[in-house]
Design a protein around this ligand. Structure first.
Ligand SMILES: [Mg+2]
Length: 276
């Protein structure tokens, strides 16, 4: 129903495009971190969780290159391996990455609480469900069927293998909108748990929502997060919220259970004529 104050061109929300790890599955986005830590440890250069997480959300080869390029990691690599890391080292690590990452994916394929009811409500509202990911097509061939068994099967999926460049470039989100037939892009929302996710959505001209509590920016599984004293939980969640907001997210919420209320607020803003 339209009202007098609505722009005549108003179109309802067409699609929501979700990231995978830390957004719909793998609470805390731990699978990519643990896989990277195992990969670097096997190369004789152990890295911390914080180092592994820094470039999260990027294509995995870019992510490995970014970690290797960190000054501290470069120096430790040189000390352990006798030379500063170069392209050949990135290639070598990336070649070994797939089996390590597959093993971690299988262990952490569980859905984040609230995903199934959130998706069914979006579908009830006539909103299509898309997904983009820094995981490669080979990794998603493993993860997507596991998620489907648990009740999450998006209408479209674009992986970093399908585009010339991963996040922060907008190509995955744009390709996904195209697959869904969802336009204008101001009627599409990109949801993710990292700064790179937010940038992908913004560069695509979409609305963006950040998930703070369940994602990479807090980086803890649900049990570990709940075990923290309440003030410490609040501190890490607030810090995550602030990083996502600083990246330019239009909305930052805890996770799937809070998305629908953010979309209701977004609907009011869109009816006023606001654009992403
Ligand atoms: Mg993620």
């Amino acid at each position: 129903m339209t009202t007098a104050s609505e722009p005549s061109s108003f179109v309802p929300l067409r699609a929501v495009i979700f990231d995978w790890a830390g957004t719909v599955c793998d609470f805390g986005s731990l699978a990519p971190v643990l896989a990277l830590q195992k990969l670097f440890a096997a190369a004789g250069v152990p890295i911390s969780m914080a180092e592994a997480r820094g470039p999260m959300g990027r294509a995995k080869r870019d992510h490995i290159a970014d970690v290797l390029a960190m000054p501290e990691v470069s120096l430790r690599w040189q000390a352990a391996r006798g030379h500063l890391p170069g392209d050949a080292d990135v290639d070598h690590l990336y070649a070994q990455f797939l089996p390590v990452q597959l093993a971690e994916l299988r262990l952490r394929a569980t859905l984040i609480p609230g995903v199934v009811p959130m998706i069914s409500e979006l579908r009830r509202r006539g909103i299509r469900i898309g997904s983009t990911t820094g995981y490669t097509r080979e990794l998603m061939a493993e993860l997507a069927p596991l998620a489907a068994q648990l009740g999450y099967a998006p209408d479209a999926m674009v992986t970093v293998s399908d585009v010339p460049a991963g996040r922060p470039a907008p190509w995955m989100a744009l390709r996904c909108a195209e697959k869904l037939g969802a336009w204008p892009l101001s009627a599409v929302v990109k949801v993710g748990d990292t700064v790179a996710d937010v940038q992908e959505g913004l560069h695509a001209g979409m609305w963006t929502v950040g998930f703070a509590r369940c994602g990479n920016e807090v980086g803890l599984d649900e049990g570990s997060l709940s075990a923290l004293p309440q003030p410490e939980q609040q501190r890490v969640i607030d810090a995550a919220r602030s990083r996502l907001r600083h990246a330019g997210a239009h909305f930052v919420v805890d996770g799937p259970a809070e998305l629908l209320s953010a979309l209701d607020t977004l609907d009011l803003r869109r009816r006023r004529g606001d654009r992403p």
